[in-house]
Design a protein around this ligand. Structure first.
Ligand code: ADP
Ligand code: MG
Length: 701
């Protein structure tokens, strides 16, 4: 495999090696300058690159190219054009110009724009993102050359998730470089953020999936009683892989490797049928593209194996949901990780300053981080006893917490706790040095050695937004810090005071205890930390004066873009709940009610025929079952009626008001309907139940 892996790795990517091989030296150097320093791209260079890209793609079987972009739906979009161009003699040649590489104009008026564009002003542009390499994708349509692009409106507003991310990366770089210059690092010209997203997902049998409308339309089960066995035996986590799953993972890895994605870790997760894949980290922009590709590949490969991949945050109630741990750090162009504390963090002033900056950023803008992890599906997860709470706090671990305490209490940190040796008590197992700090799985924002791990992000989400927020809020603090430090005559003293002041002022955000406990909710309230329980309540944070000032200062979002994004969020929430409610109504009326009627009829017939056969026979079991089921059926019928009328009401509202109505009225009514149906599932004869159960879906793969 190792040999094969190195052979196939990146073969579908127009990467560094391919560029060196295929581009004239001058073109390559010019393109690199654009990629690395953001220098303007000469159209003549684009022409040469386009031609080389086309030749490479055609040799690999490509017939089409597409500008691949990430509209605000959270998934990717593309419009395919073929390379063919007619010639005067009635034949065709394969062509691809620099212009076609640089700019596309999809009539993309149907993508969410939050009022930024009316449908009659449909112009939208895709623009080549030179920092993320083009790649080939093969599916039933053949091989397509995919060019990662940014997507914006005629008036220049970003209509996608990538443009703000790229802007935030620039903002972070500018401010971090200012700080590093003060520390004497003249050699550093840029700082990038590296991101490693761990992706959780479920796999279910495709044939069973196709029997559940809720999974098809909503991506999650809207009904379903718990099976006798859930995840309580904890026998799935890191358990050995079933053959079918192993075959899926093998193929998924190969697909990823071909696309140059460093798929590295794979294992079973806590819930039955739940798994995880983690790639090795990359620059935020590329990590975002790769994560989108990983999700696409998961779906595609699952299909080939008769499986369906569920990326929803909470496909099954009562069973662990799926998240996406966003590991984030800052790295200089000279390769130094700014969040690496070294062995003695108390002496590492530069590290402590960056650490303090992150603490302050997270404390100042917890609401924005919370929002950046908000999709309707994640509301089922955040704050439940499985995922990080909806309250943002930072876990630092024993070693760093101790350094900060020393700083706050005595004004000086004199020592760093060390990990010591680990001895498991068996001579044949070698001793090793353990980490200075244990882990905390309950923290939403945890320092894990040389990076922060933002654990709130939902499994179906693009990681663009969380990282856009992180980059911007940290850039903002660094910018203030640089303003202050650039003025001082005594840098050493000023930096020391600034670290002490910052960590003292923001120590409330540090929490090393159990984030799942009720005490923490109370303690957090006492500390004044926001506890934003739902997506709808999180959306307003996007358009506060504070948020507009922050994002416009660093040119990440304009005020117009922020307002449009708030609108898009409300709309996305409403649409999701609307689909879910309608699916529930449909399933109840067409599947569950008829099935229960069949069952009660069967019971009634049984009572009658038993009584006829043996007058005076005991039919109390059938009778009580008949009574219970009938009562539940009536309850369900009332609930479905109520839900129907609420959905109708909701249709007349719009924007924030509509979203609030969906959350406060429609959503609870869905729970009212689910409850009796789930009980009925446990009473009605298995053969009559019209959809596969949790047991069927989770354990029979
Ligand atoms: P754990 O969460 O168990 O510490 P890993 O060390 O495997 O797991 O890392 C999880 C993810 O974090 C991986 O995608 C990994 O590449 C990524 N990662 C590791 N170091 C960094 C870093 N400095 N910056 C960003 N991501 C990182
Ligand atoms: Mg992790």
């Amino acid at each position: 495999m190792t040999c094969k892996l190195t052979e196939i790795f990146g073969i579908d990517v127009f990467n560094e090696a391919t560029m060196i091989e295929r581009l004239p030296k001058k073109t390559y150097v010019a393109l690199k300058k654009t990629i690395e320093n953001g220098e303007d791209l000469d159209p003549a260079v684009a022409e040469v690159v386009a031609n080389a890209m086309k030749d490479w793609a055609i040799e690999r079987g490509a017939t089409h190219y597409t500008h691949w972009f990430q509209p605000m739906t959270g998934i990717t979009a593309e419009k395919h054009d073929s390379f063919i161009s007619p010639t005067s003699d009635g034949k065709v040649i394969m062509e691809f110009s620099g212009k076609e590489l640089i700019k596309g104009e999809p009539d993309a008026s149907s993508f969410p724009s939050g009022g930024l564009r009316a449908t009659f002003e449909a112009r939208g542009y895709t623009a080549w993102d030179t920092t993320s390499p083009a790649f080939l994708r093969e599916d039933a349509a053949g091989v397509t050359l995919c060019i990662p692009t940014a997507f914006c409106s005629y008036t220049g507003e970003a209509l996608d998730k990538k443009t703000p991310l790229l802007r935030s990366m620039e903002a972070l770089s500018v401010q971090a470089v200012r700080i590093l210059k003060l520390f004497g690092h003249k050699e550093v010209s840029s700082v990038s953020c590296s991101v490693g997203p761990e992706q959780e997902y479920f796999l279910v049998d495709k044939a069973k999936y196709l029997k559940r409308e809720d999974l098809i339309f909503a991506g999650r089960t809207l009904f379903g009683a718990m099976p006798p066995k859930g995840q309580e035996m904890e026998d799935h986590y890191f358990g050995s892989l079933k053959e079918r799953i192993a075959a899926f993972m093998k193929e998924l890895n190969e697909e990823c490797w071909k696309l140059g994605i460093l798929a590295k870790t794979q294992h079973n997760e806590v819930a039955p049928a739940q798994h995880e894949l983690a790639p090795i980290y990359a620059t935020a922009n590329i990590a975002t593209d790769h994560n989108q590709l990983i999700m696409e590949c998961m779906k595609k490969v699952a299909n080939r194996h008769g499986l369906t991949c569920l990326l929803h945050e909470k496909p099954f109630a009562g069973v662990n949901g799926s998240g996406k741990h966003d590991n984030w750090s800052m790295v200089t162009n000279t390769g130094k990780n700014l969040l690496d504390p070294g062995k003695t963090p108390h002496e590492n002033v530069q590290f402590l300053l960056f650490l303090a900056a992150v603490l302050k950023a997270v404390d100042n803008h917890a609401d924005l981080l919370r929002l950046s992890a908000s999709v309707p599906g994640n509301d089922h997860r955040l704050g439940a006893n499985e995922a990080p709470p909806a309250i943002i706090s930072v876990f630092l671990g024993e070693q760093l917490a101790d350094v900060l305490t020393q700083l706050i209490e005595t004004g000086e940190a004199k020592s760093s706790k060390q990990g010591g040796k680990m001895n498991v008590g068996v001579h044949t197992v070698p001793e090793f040095r353990k980490d200075a700090t244990d882990r905390n799985r309950t923290s939403p924002f945890a320092f894990t050695g040389n990076k922060f791990e933002f654990r709130m992000v939902g499994s179906s989400m693009s990681i663009a937004e969380p990282n856009t927020v992180l980059n911007t809020i940290v850039a903002d603090v660094l910018s203030d810090m640089a303003d202050e430090l650039e003025k001082t005559d005594n840098f050493d003293l000023a930096v020391h005071d600034l670290i002490k002041k910052t960590v003292t002022e923001h120590q409330r955000i540090v929490f090393n205890g159990n984030g799942y406990s009720d005490e923490w909710v109370k303690e957090a309230e006492r500390r004044g930390l926001p506890n934003i329980k739902s997506m709808v309540e999180a959306i307003p944070s996007l358009v506060t004066d504070k948020s507009v000032a922050l994002f416009t200062k660093h040119k990440v979002y304009s005020a117009t873009e922020l307002h449009s994004r708030a609108e898009i969020n409300y709309e996305a929430y409403s649409k999701t709940i609307n689909i879910e409610a309608k699916t529930m109504i449909d399933m109840t009326n067409k599947l569950f009610v008829p099935a229960v009627i069949k069952f009660v009829t069967k019971l009634a017939e049984s009572i009658n025929s038993v009584k006829a056969a043996v007058p005076g026979a005991d039919v109390s079991v059938q009778e009580s079952l008949l009574k219970d089921t009938s009562v539940l059926l009536a309850t369900a019928k009332t609930a479905v009626g109520a839900l129907q009328s609420y959905v109708k009401e909701a249709a007349d509202l719009e924007g924030a008001e509509q979203a609030v109505y969906f959350k406060d009225v429609v959503f609870p009514a869905m729970a009212e309907l689910r409850a009796p149906i789930d009980v009925l599932e446990t009473l009605v004869e298995k053969e009559l139940w019209p959809v596969p159960t949790y047991g069927d879906l989770l354990f029979e793969i």
